[in-house]
Design a protein around this ligand. Sequence first.
Ligand SMILES: Nc1ncnc2c1ncn2[C@@H]1O[C@H](COP(=O)(O)OP(=O)(O)OP(=O)(O)O)[C@@H](O)[C@H]1O
Ligand SMILES: [Mg+2]
Length: 442
Amino acid sequence: MSKRIIVLSEDIANKIAAGEVVERPASIVKELLENAIDAGATDIRVVLEKGGTQSIRVTDNGSGIDHDDVPLVFERHATSKIHQFEDIFNVVSFGFRGEAMPSIASVARVEMLTRRNNDVSGTRAILDGGVIRSMDPAGTPEGTQVSVSGIFAHVPARRKFLKTEATEQGACLDVITRLALAHPEIRFKVEANGKEIFAAPEVHDTAKRIAMVMGGEFSAHCMAVDAQQDAMTLKGFISRPEYSKSNSKSIYLFVNKRFIRDTSLTHAVLSAYRQIIESRRYPAATLFLEVPPEDVDVNVHPAKMEVRFKNAHGVYELVSKTIAHHLSRAETSRGHYLYRLAPAEKKDYFYRQPFVNEPSPSMPSRPADRSHAQQGIQNILLHRSQVSQPPAASEGDAGVPDKTILFGDMRYVGQYDGTYLLFEGPDSLILLDQHAAHERII
Ligand SMILES: Nc1ncnc2c1ncn2[C@@H]1O[C@H](COP(=O)(O)OP(=O)(O)OP(=O)(O)O)[C@@H](O)[C@H]1O
Ligand SMILES: [Mg+2]
């Protein structure tokens, strides 16, 4: 972004979600990285000392800043990203408030080194407590480097709330991970206390970046989703039924490449899985929703992690139905399909898909039977996007790729579609793919 910086009028500034964004080192990392990405950087390096509580340095190879504009960077409501309020509804950059750099500078010591690609010389600016102490021409590579130290030195109340260095470093890494997931074309390197702790070379394929960041376990147990509805698209990767986590932290939702927290969309994801994974287990997912910018309001909260959709219901439906649809076709690593049906929904299921109660059938059945059975299950899943409250997220984080089901207290009910054996338990209904089971026994 090589546009010049302007100070927004008071009227515009008043319409922008106001508030503090610098709560902890991770907030600083987030704002500096977002600025680097907005500046078109393809290579971003982060250096953290003591989990970011002592110092943070972010270096990018982006557009750089004009020497005369450097003082404006640290002025409130000064931005190069919007010029009038309406631009907010078309904004493709992370930033638009012109608030982050002055907020950071007001609680720390900041040194900025910057040079635009065609400028012979760059600029070094040093600020303390939000005031520019010096600003001089300086030789520096193309791009921008911001070093922040003495974080909250003059705000003891906030310093007191910082957690351990390890926790703060973890929070910084979470921020970097989310941005790295959405930007495979950018190279990220993170160093903490002199050691490299994260590296993601640039790749052209989101799947490769996701594998790098989410790890091999997820890659081995995930599947791609891809759907479109009107002007919205949903792409990404979701965990297969046999892979689950003990909390919902591995569900990453992005709207137009911006990581968001959205209870309703998380609920949409969980609702689709509710049929097939145990309660208190959670899926992992990296989902990228692309929505026309005018259909999503990012000016809800200063941290911009919350958004408001024009068609919230449509977005919910797209997410839950797409996932349910893909899951209904998922074969677990053990080669059979397992669907847990909640007790309240049994009646509904029996009503729609009556089955014959008869002894075990002969094998094998025709492939068409299997796809018919799958279609039946898919319909059931797709008809049940309305679910109750999502389970509360819990701590801990172990992947459980395999799970044992005890059939001791199960009652054999019958067979469905020549393929599935149905067992009824005190609070669940199990469908067992008898062909896969047969193969396993042999
Ligand atoms: N790394 C960078 N490279 C190039 N320009 C930058 C960089 N960091 C900041 N700037 C310039 O400084 C301006 C102010 O940055 P700041 O982060 O305060 O505001 P913003 O990004 O416009 O909005 P927001 O407060 O929502 O982040 C930006 O609009 C941009 O022009
Ligand atoms: Mg910014």
